[in-house]
Every structure is written in structure tokens, then in C-alpha cells.
Unconditional design. Structure first.
Length: 205
């Protein structure tokens, strides 16, 4: 098991308890149907999904997945796949909801991941996201300065990414987004962006 997967939960515990758990609950309470979660990590979202959803989890990191699988087994209608967001092993238009929380910062090819999200999402589906994103001013300078070292120790996590243009280019239109700067989250991991995006075919109606 990697250093990062072993200490991921303890390191995030304060921010998880005071900020992220609340956001996860708000975002996931209304999910329904067949739901795909990208980069499910150690399973922090599991407790926030409605009981009746059919849940498909992907996690490419062996260490994270070893912690995720026993937790997922306790939940009905849940399966775990070893898969990367850049190449999902699922048919087109096969999910009602796709979820990514604190994931787009770490993927190797955000453009490919966004395209795959759009591909597997039904035209009347939605993409639910929670991310830390690029800042401006002194926080942005701090992010850029820390980025190489942070990627090395934090599972390839990038501090200075803006996912919104990437989603737009993939045909996903953000209709409900919030930007927050919680005090408990370190400045270099701010701001926090959360929201919902819809396929452009639906957004244009």
C-alpha cells in the first residue's frame, strides 16, 4: 500500500469533518438511477448515496482500492472496477449520474476524462463534482510554487487546475456551481468548487 493511500484519510480528517462531508451530502443526496463514481478513493462518498441507487465505483490506485472494496461490499448494488477515467470500460450513455469528488485535480489527462464523462452519461443525465481549483493572486502564486512537490507526495494532485473550460470543451455545461474558501482548508487548496453540469444537448433546450 502506498504512503498516500495509507495516510489519505487521516490527513483529510479535519477538512472532511468540517467541510467536505457536508458538501458530499448536499451533492449526492439527489442522485438516482445508475451512478458512476470516478476515483472513489477510500469510499468517503459511500455513506451519502441514497440506498436505492445502483453504484459503480472506479479506482485505479491499488492501495486506495484495497481500502475501498471492503467498504463497498457492505453496500447493496455496488461494484468496484480497476479503471482510469481516461478510458472507461463502459458503453456509451450508460449512466444517469457521473460523480467526481477531488478527482479532476489528479487525473493525468483532464480532457480525456471529461470526454469520457460525456460519453458514458445519458443525454438527460448530470455530472456532479467537488474539486479544489486554481486561485489567483498570492494563492495562485503559492499553488504554482508548491505544485511540483505536491504532485510528488499527493498522488499526482495538481494545485492549479481549472476544470470548467475542460468540461465546456467536452460538451458539459455547468448550471449550478459554488466557489467557497473554507477556513479549515489550507490556502493552497482553495478555492473549493462544487456543482452540477449537464450534457450540452440538454443544456441548450
Amino acid at each position: 500500500m502506498s504512503w498516500f493511500s495509507r495516510f489519505y484519510d487521516p490527513l483529510l480528517a479535519p477538512a472532511e469533518r468540517l467541510v467536505f462531508a457536508v458538501k458530499r451530502r448536499e451533492l449526492l443526496a439527489a442522485t438516482s438511477g445508475r451512478v458512476l463514481e470516478l476515483g472513489a478513493g477510500t469510499g468517503a462518498n459511500l455513506q451519502h448515496y441514497p440506498d436505492d441507487v445502483e453504484l459503480v465505483l472506479t479506482e485505479p490506485d491499488d492501495g486506495m482500492r484495497s481500502l475501498l472494496e471492503p467498504r463497498a461490499e457492505r453496500r447493496p448494488r455496488t461494484e468496484v472496477h480497476d479503471a482510469r477515467g481516461e478510458s472507461l470500460p463502459f458503453p456509451d450513455a450508460s449512466f444517469d449520474v457521473v460523480v467526481a469528488t477531488l478527482v479532476l485535480c489528479s487525473v493525468r489527462d483532464p480532457e480525456a476524462v471529461a470526454s469520457e464523462i460525456r460519453r458514458v452519461l445519458r443525454d438527460d443525465g448530470r455530472f456532479v463534482f467537488l474539486e479544489h481549483v486554481a486561485s489567483d493572486g498570492w494563492r495562485g502564486s503559492l499553488q504554482r510554487g508548491l505544485d511540483p512537490a505536491w504532485q510528488a507526495i499527493a498522488g499526482h494532485c495538481h494545485l492549479h487546475r481549472d476544470p470548467l473550460p475542460v468540461l465546456a470543451r467536452a460538451g458539459l455545461r455547468v448550471h449550478d456551481a459554488r466557489i467557497e474558501r473554507p477556513w479549515v482548508v489550507p490556502p493552497f487548496l482553495q478555492p473549493i468548487l462544487s456543482g452540477v453540469a449537464f450534457p450540452a444537448v440538454r443544456a441548450g433546450r
